[in-house]
Design a protein around this ligand. Structure first.
Ligand code: CA
Length: 230
């Protein structure tokens, strides 16, 4: 099984690198971000299994970031552990109410950090490891693969993310703007017609499996994934 990916969101470089060092040694894949903007990009691009979020960040607070992510359907499965120097009980409660799965007070030992991460990943279960099936398609989110009747369909990273999003949100129309936000990330500037380009590539890749018709254009509205009326 692929290593679980942990995103470390911390603006203090020395602490971030120390954490990254210990997590890599413990066998995790590590992604680093020094503020919320970078964190959001990393979450959209790298799909971490868990985010360690420092409370005090330079742009918006780690608590706000946590709240924001937990409100988004796409990221609700992302486990979040808040890191903080605030040792007070009420801060802990605020952090957990904000949607964090756990809360660690600085200073902490690497051993404690790894133990808490393991516990949270165990609790959050294999929500990220499912296989999503629709029609002839099977999307293996753990293996990052798309299969059709036992054959792998090769997709570029953006096409994979687009298909992943659409397959996990079927029968709903998404506008180009919504798809840009959900698949490319809210802070990335790309033109709306970029969506059309990737939809075209995705359909082309799905054509052999006769699954291209699942990606439906809804005139004046956007795109929908559906295996009905195909
Ligand atoms: Ca900080």
């Amino acid at each position: 099984m692929a290593a679980k990916k942990i995103l470390v969101v911390e603006d203090e470089q020395a602490i971030r690198e120390m954490i990254a060092f210990h997590l890599s040694r413990a066998g995790y894949g590590v992604i680093e971000a020094s503020d919320c903007r970078e964190a959001r990009e990393a979450i959209a691009d790298d799909r971490p299994d868990l985010a360690l979020v420092d409370w005090m960040l330079p742009d918006i607070s780690g608590l706000e970031l946590t709240r924001m992510l937990k409100r988004e359907k796409d990221y609700e499965d992302l486990a979040i552990i808040m890191l903080t120097a605030r040792a007070e009980e009420r801060d802990k409660v605020t952090g957990l109410e904000g949607g964090a799965d756990d809360y660690i007070t600085k200073p902490f030992s690497p051993r404690e950090l790894v133990a808490r991460i393991q516990a949270v990943l165990r609790r959050s279960g294999s929500a990220n490891d499912e296989v999503v099936s629709a029609g002839v398609l099977e999307l293996d989110t753990a293996g990052h693969r798309v299969m059709s009747l036992g054959k792998e369909i090769k997709l570029g990273p953006t096409e994979y993310r687009l298909l992943n999003f659409l397959m996990t949100h079927p029968e709903r129309v998404y506008s180009r703007t919504q798809l840009l936000d959900r698949v490319w990330g809210a802070n990335v500037y790309v033109e709306e017609r970029t969506v059309d380009v990737h939809v075209r590539r995705l359909r082309k890749a799905l054509a052999d499996a006769k699954a291209d018709a699942y990606i439906q254009t809804v005139r004046g509205a956007g795109y929908r994934f559906s295996t009905r009326d195909v």
